[in-house]
Ligand binder design. Structure first.
Ligand SMILES: Cc1cc2nc3c(=O)[nH]c(=O)nc-3n(C[C@H](O)[C@H](O)[C@H](O)COP(=O)(O)OP(=O)(O)OC[C@H]3O[C@@H](n4cnc5c(N)ncnc54)[C@H](O)[C@@H]3O)c2cc1C
Length: 484
């Protein structure tokens, strides 16, 4: 069927706090954006909604953030009909001003006039011997099981890593009645004390964080600071059985468990920004590459805006503010009038929250020294099952001292996750094996598909792919055109 010519659209990627506030500001200004999110319901990570037939209250689900969650959900739902919404739809590729979307077995492309990427974050992971056993989850995964399905990942869980999410998810598990065998934080306590001046930029969040830690102590959960993870014990058949670590005083200890949730703060989901050819800068405070943005969220590419955790890890309140700011920047760039006082207020709020985020990065640093000293037998890339030792010998044999070259020779970052879970540690292993400079190890370039595609898409013959009829959407593309 021939497609009618369609006007390029304003497209918003993600319906979390950043995307929701962005949509709200665009709709208010008379624009009808297309919102695409791979989740079934809006809310993003922090305000993730439970399936329809679940009946937990907002207070049970979101605790102290219940009022904010309810406000955000109501605002998004109240605007239905004034924007186009594609839930359960994954943007897996971007080329020029066109995105490629898969919805179940349907595949289509959308031409955009402007794109606001509010793609959120994922856990930042650090390998440890045994992290490939069953029963080992990311912190985010453990939280999603609880929030979305009211399930615990195990009967006795160890939480290991660093960052605010470590204490939050452990406290949520303890509150839900799960047995928390221990919380192991690689950050020494004095780091948190040293970060206090910056953390005071958001006293409410600081108080909330202290409350979470206190709730763990009150429930008798052992909490260790300044630990060095040694191994997750277990075997391939039975999975995880214990975590071995050195405590802050260097004493070796072991905690028995049948599941481990691990994560070292977060990393922004920047693949779409990368495919859009946005420039990136190295951020020394978090040892990550971040897309360059101005204070309103404009990227270095015209008509591409970045907001929320997908641009900078600054938390949910900042995600809301930056989503609205990005929308206002887009409107201003189109020549529409915007409320300059509102812009100034949002910029000021964001500045304050940025200071708090800097405090968190100081309080819970990425323990890069641990990546550098990993044992050779540790699995580095779980998708392709490549060990740290194999990566080191690849570097020694080929002289590859840059992440993309090392990937080509070693396959680290070439699997299903496309490096989203191994790239940070991989770069540290490269840096340690070469000149020690994490910057010159570079960053893995994003490749499509940015996330795994459903098998259904492969099984459907191209001639059977359905056309998607929605305003502003082109008909289905053949695989070669879509870059498959
Ligand atoms: C797993 C996890 C759990 C978290 N839990 C908490 C918490 O309990 N409390 C807290 O304070 N902070 C939490 N955080 C941090 C918190 O997510 C943020 O501060 C806040 O949610 C960021 O909002 P956002 O809109 O930027 O991103 P998100 O809320 O992450 O929303 C991004 C949205 O974009 C969608 N998306 C991403 N890529 C694509 C794509 N290619 N195609 C289609 N859709 C896409 C996602 O499905 C998601 O709905 C969590 C982070 C993670 C990763």
């Amino acid at each position: 069927m021939a497609a009618a010519a369609v006007e390029p659209r304003v497209v918003v990627v993600g319906a979390g706090p950043a995307g929701s506030r962005c949509v709200e500001a665009l709709v208010k200004a008379g624009i009808r954006p297309l919102v695409i999110d791979e989740s079934a319901r809006s809310g993003g990570q922090i305000y993730r909604r439970q399936p329809d037939n679940f009946t937990r209250s907002a207070e049970q689900l979101y605790g102290s953030e219940a009022a904010k969650a309810t406000r955000l959900h109501k605002s998004f739902d109240g605007l239905q009909g004034r924007f186009d919404y594609w839930p359960e739809s994954l943007i897996w590729n971007l080329a020029g001003n066109r995105i490629f979307v898969v919805r179940g077995a349907q595949q289509c492309s959308v031409e955009f006039s402007s794109l606001v990427i509010c793609s959120g974050a994922t856990d930042r992971l650090l390998p440890v011997p045994g992290w490939n056993y069953s029963g080992c989850y990311s912190l985010g995964g453990a939280q999603i099981a609880l929030k979305a399905q009211a399930c615990a990942i195990g009967a006795e869980v160890v939480f290991m890593g660093t960052g605010p999410l470590l204490y939050l998810v452990a406290a949520q598990y303890a509150k839900a009645g799960a047995r928390v065998a221990g919380v192991l934080d690689t950050s020494p306590f004095y780091r948190r004390v040293a970060a206090l001046p910056d953390l005071l930029a958001n006293p409410r969040a600081l108080y909330h964080g202290l409350g979470l830690t206190a709730s763990l102590y009150l429930k008798g959960v052992p909490v260790y600071s300044g630990v060095e993870p040694l191994a997750i014990e277990g075997d391939a058949a039975a999975g995880v059985s214990a975590v071995r670590f050195r405590d802050g005083r260097g004493r070796e200890k072991q905690l028995h468990c049948d599941a481990v949730a691990m994560g070292y703060h977060l990393r922004p989901e920047t693949q779409l920004a990368d495919l859009a050819r946005c420039q990136f800068d190295f951020d020394a405070s978090t040892r990550q590459w971040l897309p360059r943005i101005d204070r309103d969220g404009r990227s270095t590419v015209a008509d591409i805006y970045l907001a929320g955790d997908g641009a900078r890890i600054r938390g949910a309140d900042a995600a809301e503010a930056s989503g609205e700011l990005a929308a206002l920047a887009l409107l201003a760039d189109r020549g529409q009038a915007v409320d300059s006082q509102r812009v100034a207020r949002l910029q000021q709020q964001l500045g304050q929250l940025e200071r708090f985020a800097r405090g968190l990065a100081k309080a819970f640093p990425w323990p890069h020294q641990l990546a550098a000293q990993l044992a050779d037998a540790t699995v580095l890339c779980r998708c392709e099952v490549v060990t740290v030792g194999e990566m080191r010998s690849t570097i020694a044999l080929t002289g590859a001292s840059e992440a993309n070259r090392a990937k080509a020779f070693s396959r680290v970052g070439m699997g299903r996750c496309q490096g989203r879970y191994c790239a940070n540690a991989g770069a540290e292993v490269i840096a340690a094996a070469t000149d020690g400079d994490i910057c010159s190890a570079g960053r893995l370039r994003a490749q499509a598909p940015v996330k795994p595609l459903p098998l259904a898409l492969v099984e459907v013959a191209p001639e059977d792919w359905l056309e998607v009829s929605a305003e502003g959407v082109d008909p289905v593309l053949k695989p070669a055109e879509a870059g498959l």
